[in-house]
Structures are given as structure tokens and as C-alpha cells.
Write a protein that binds this ligand. Structure first.
Ligand code: ADP
Length: 218
């Protein structure tokens, strides 16, 4: 099954996508993680990507589309994938659907994870992550077992440079203007399931599992 995770920063799409990956074994492809890996390089492209991200702006469509479609060309995605953070614009959605259609593939499920703005702001304010393996933690509710050390790979965890609350305002604005319209687009196609990301974790997980495991109930 080809799944898209849609929703504002901090709603919990990444956390749910990683959990789904472990359950259903489709690769979790997070556009932000692909960009953060590019940023680690010493190249003009890396500096360009860093500029957009640190301001909270979206990376331009042509660049973003190339990065993600190249990833979707890899053989591990052929039976299914969990795409997290892409598409974020109408142009990205069109490019993705056109490319998949060429290969007889299509998006089958869109998990739209939402939460009120105050919850997003509070979560982003306390989110920490691993720059090496991209595991996600929360300083208060889900800290690493050993202080500042990633449970998964042992690297030192950190706050993302774009998690500053001033930058978050720009990210939320970009989301509202460019990404929110995609909700209606996918809802009209009949493939969108809305998940309340502000519920306790086990209830969010149950909603995601119901949507991903039983597509015939949609
Ligand atoms: P979040 O979902 O918490 O906003 P991400 O890691 O998905 O975090 O994205 C971080 C940043 O990477 C975004 O603010 C943006 O600059 C860039 N980015 C990620 N995905 C896209 C995309 N599909 N189109 C444009 N920019 C993107």
C-alpha cells in the first residue's frame, strides 16, 4: 500500500510513520530527513537547502520533486511506501501522482494527522531528534533513556535548528497557505482518513492502525 502522511509540523506524522514502518515494513520516506541528509554534505546544494529550512520556508518544488521522486525510484518502494512530508504543495501532488501513474502505481491512503495550534507549538518547543538516524524524542514526555543519547543509534540528540518558535510561525504559515488545500484534494478522491493527533498516543495509534490495516472500512 502506498501511504501519504499529511498534516502540520508537530501533529505526530513522523512518529506514526516510523511506527507504521516497523509494523507493515514499507519504507518510511520523510522529505525532511532526505533534506537533512543533503544538508550534512559540503556543497552549494546543501547550503541552499539549509537556507530555506532554517528560515522555515519550503524548498522549491522542482528541487523537492526531484529529490523525492529519485528516492521513490529505489526498488524497496515497489510494494509500498510511507511518504511523510511530501507532497506539501499542489505541484508536488501532481508530479507525484503523474510519476506513480506512469508505473501503474497510485496513492492509496492519505493519513491526515491534525492537532490544534497550541498543541503543535508546545510539542515543537520540546521536540528533540537524532541527526544521525532521525529518531524523534520529546524533552518532557519521551526523553532518551540515557540523557542526550539516542536510544536507537547512540548519537547525541539535539534540537533542530528550525524548531525555534519564530521559525515555527513561518512554517505554520507555509503549511496553512500551501499544504492545507491538499486536504480537500485528497478528500475528494475518497482516500483521506483524518486522525486526531492531539489524543493520547495509544488512541492515535489505534486510529492509524484502523485506517492502515482495514482500507475496506474507509
Ligand atoms: P515538519 O513536518 O515538522 O515541518 P519536516 O522535517 O517534514 O518537519 O520539514 C522540515 C523542513 O524541510 C520544512 O520546514 C521545509 O523547509 C522542508 N521541507 C520538507 N518537506 C518539504 C516539501 N515537501 N516541500 C518543500 N519543503 C519541504
Amino acid at each position: 500500500m502506498n501511504i501519504i502522511m499529511l498534516g502540520p509540523p508537530g501533529a505526530g506524522k513522523g512518529t506514526q510513520a516510523k511506527r507504521l514502518e516497523a509494523e507493515i515494513h514499507y519504507p518510511h520516506i520523510a522529505s525532511g530527513d532526505l533534506l537533512r541528509d543533503i544538508r550534512k554534505e559540503d556543497s552549494p546544494l546543501a547550503r541552499q537547502v539549509q537556507g530555506y529550512m532554517d528560515r522555515g520556508d519550503y524548498v522549491p518544488d522542482d528541487l523537492m520533486i526531484k529529490i523525492v521522486l529519485d528516492r521513490l525510484d529505489q526498488p524497496d518502494t515497489q510494494n509500498g511506501f510511507i511518504l511523510d512530508g511530501f507532497p506539501r504543495t499542489a505541484a508536488q501532488a501532481e508530479a507525484l501522482q503523474a510519476e506513480l501513474a506512469k508505473e501503474g502505481r497510485q496513492v492509496e491512503l492519505v493519513l491526515y494527522v491534525t492537532a490544534p495550534r497550541d498543541v503543535l507549538v508546545q510539542r515543537i518547543g520540546s521536540r528533540i531528534s537524532c541527526p544521525n538516524c532521525h529518531a524523534i524524542y520529546n524533552a518532557y514526555t519521551k526523553p532518551p533513556r540515557v540523557d542526550s543519547i539516542c536510544d536507537v543509534c547512540g548519537h547525541i540528540v539535539e534540537r533542530r535548528t528550525d524548531e525555534d518558535l519564530n521559525v515555527l510561525a513561518t512554517r505554520l504559515e507555509a503549511y496553512a497557505r500551501q499544504t492545507q488545500p491538499l486536504v480537500d484534494h485528497f478528500r475528494e478522491k475518497g482516500i483521506l482518513v483524518q486522525i486526531d493527533g492531539s489524543l493520547p498516543m495509544d488512541e492515535v495509534e489505534a486510529q492509524v492502525d484502523a485506517a492502515a490495516g482495514m482500507p475496506e472500512l474507509r
